[in-house]
Design a protein around this ligand. Structure first.
Ligand code: MN
Length: 387
């Protein structure tokens, strides 16, 4: 059995107010090419199909088109579960009818307990796929009348339910959307709950031959190589600039032994961080073959610059975020009542640090005091009634 494990498509996501739909279409086309070239038996998507529970129409259209190509045109079954970004009720619309067409949406606890049985084309043996639709502990308590208080307890409880119905002789794959304790997170994942209470242990996964995970956006395995996150199909934050995105090709033999291979996805526009002085970056941009990448620019210039964003975008059209020295501290520079009571001299000194990242030199400070004195004299003269 050969299948592709993917997750975290986040179709319809906006990044700094830019739609990523075209970028998503671009990598999903590569996924379709892999499905054909690797002659896989199935495609597994481990949640966060959409970015929101009520996705925009264009996102629904793209997913519909991709799934139609895989299921109907290529004849390859798809098994998917909702993630924490999806609305399970909307995603599972028509699920019972669609499974006859090879589209298996495991969107509720009833479907969770019935495996999707697929036949390996080469060995003619069966493999069972179980999926846990994303849920929080309250939902599990509600449905099963159990005490499970944490994500870990709820998740372990659901795996027990699956263990109770699974067939020992048949190789089994589990699909889940969760945060394994100790795995590496990225900035683009939405926490499942506050304060680290969302972590689950990988121990209960060991009873499966392969575990296809979603939620964490960096490709990785945790605990054992067969307990794996495929990672998202695109970089969804600048913190992911060095991650190698892709999908996982899984090969599972009839004895339940598996091997995996990372199949890279090449983005239409990469996501990068550039750092340097404005003049240098503008020169580099003129000869940069990838000047349309999505960029975060960190300017190191010490002096004030007029319209840096406009200048950068003339060369790099997709600069999405700009940072300057001193800007990071703005949170600490909040206008308190005390600060407002201070005079022009103190306020200008603060402003200068904020803009340039350093304090006024003694000469600059003296010049400022002179200027302020002159201005104040003029102001006083003007305020005097004309005679
Ligand atoms: Mn996600």
């Amino acid at each position: 059995m050969r299948f592709i494990h993917s997750s975290d498509w986040h179709i319809g996501r906006q990044f700094h107010n830019v739609s990523l739909l075209q970028d998503q279409q671009h990598v999903l086309d590569q996924l379709l090419a892999y499905i054909a070239s690797e002659a896989v038996d199935a495609l597994v998507i481990a949640g966060d199909i959409y970015d929101r529970s009520v996705p925009p129409a264009a996102a629904v259209e793209l997913l519909d088109q991709v799934l139609n190509q895989v299921c109907a045109e290529m004849g390859v079954p798809v098994i998917l579960i909702p993630g924490n970004h999806d609305g399970a009720e909307r995603l599972r619309f028509g699920a019972r009818q669609l499974q006859r067409a090879g589209l298996h949406i495991i969107g509720d606890f009833e479907q969770m307990l019935t495996p999707v049985a697929l036949i390996d084309k080469s060995s003619q043996t069966a493999v069972h796929f179980f999926g846990i639709p994303y849920n929080d502990p309250a939902l599990v308590r509600d449905r099963f009348a159990t005490e499970a208080a944490t994500h870990d307890q709820a998740h372990a409880f659901l795996i027990e339910q699956i263990n109770a119905v699974k067939t020992a002789e048949v190789p089994t794959v589990l699909i889940s959307h969760c945060f394994i304790d100790g795995a590496q997170e990225s900035e683009s994942e939405r926490p499942l709950s506050i304060g680290g209470a969302d972590r689950v242990s990988y121990e209960s996964f060991k009873s499966f031959d392969y575990v296809a995970l979603g939620h964490l956006h960096s490709p990785q395995y945790k605990g054992e190589p067969h307990i794996r996150y495929s990672g998202s199909i695109l970089k969804y934050s600048f913190s992911e600039q060095h991650q190698n995105k892709g999908v996982t090709l899984v090969e599972l033999d009839s004895g339940g032994h598996c091997s995996t291979r990372h199949l890279p996805l090449k983005p239409l526009r990469d996501m990068r961080i550039l750092e340097g002085e404005l003049a240098t970056l503008l020169e580099q941009g003129k000869v940069d073959p990838h000047s349309d990448d999505y960029l975060l620019v960190r300017l190191t210039d010490r002096h004030a610059i007029l319209d840096p964003m406009g200048k950068l975008r003339a060369v790099y059209p997709n600069v999405l975020h700009l940072e300057k020295p001193g800007m990071l501290e703005t949170g600490e520079q909040q206008m308190s009542r005390d600060k407002l009571k201070r005079g022009e001299l103190e306020m200008f000194r603060d402003f200068f640090i904020q803009v340039s990242g350093q304090a006024l030199s003694p000469d600059q400070d003296a010049a400022l005091i002179n200027t302020l004195n002159e201005l104040q004299c003029t102001a006083t003269v003007r305020e005097e009634p004309q005679r």
